[in-house]
Design a protein around this ligand. Sequence first.
Ligand SMILES: Nc1ncnc2c1ncn2[C@@H]1O[C@H](COP(=O)(O)OP(=O)(O)OP(=O)(O)O)[C@@H](O)[C@H]1O
Ligand SMILES: [Mg+2]
Length: 234
Amino acid sequence: MGVIRLVDIEKVYSGDLIETPVLNQVQLSLKRNEFTAVVGASGSGKSTLLSLVSTLDQPTSGQVFFDDVNVAGLKGNRLADFRFERIGMVFQHFHLLPTLTALENVMSPFFGRRTKVDYKKKAAQLLAQLGLAAKQNSLPSQLSGGEQQRVAIARALVNEPEWLLADEPTGNLDSRNAQLFYDLLHQLKREFGCGIVVVTHDMQLAQKADRLIEIRDGRVVEDRSLHADGGSSC
Ligand SMILES: Nc1ncnc2c1ncn2[C@@H]1O[C@H](COP(=O)(O)OP(=O)(O)OP(=O)(O)O)[C@@H](O)[C@H]1O
Ligand SMILES: [Mg+2]
């Protein structure tokens, strides 16, 4: 199947004095065989939407389904296991652990887990695949922005997730590296078969996706396929 469904989503951030309504009546089906870009102005609710899709936060009302699983029913270790099995997340500022090497950062999702997977080998393979074989023992501070980003992508993929979710992943890259990154996402979609959802404010890059969703003031105002053959390659 491979569908994430957002049903009647509302999100309100509640502070001591004020309530901030952010998402309003959002209905979406994200498909694993589509590379989806989510665009919108600053403050429109893109990161909030991605935090709900990634199960890192919960909606005020409405449901998020991964295929038939309502994620609201998952708590504690079961939620952590679900995330580990299904989701890879790339954060805007990468969030690499500064005292770990590139290889250790990529291995880190497995730390503290009982597993038979040879995750060290897998981490090394991914780094090599992303052109970083020679940098696996470097600390993040010794890597360029684009290299750190590729380490963050390898870390997001090491658990072979069904979905790769990325929030403004090209924010720190120059336009050439941003283009290369999008080409890499298409390659990952083909090779790993994972669904890709990218939040970006860069319309030019978003046009390279299969599907474009625009959020304005917490609502989906546009949702369209960009290429006639979108999704067929997965
Ligand atoms: N934890 C929070 N508490 C209160 N308000 C919040 C919180 N997180 C986000 N907001 C508010 O929700 C709105 C949407 O924020 P969000 O981060 O989803 O926007 P965005 O589209 O990702 O913006 P940007 O392009 O600047 O990253 C903003 O008005 C923001 O101030
Ligand atoms: Mg944001």
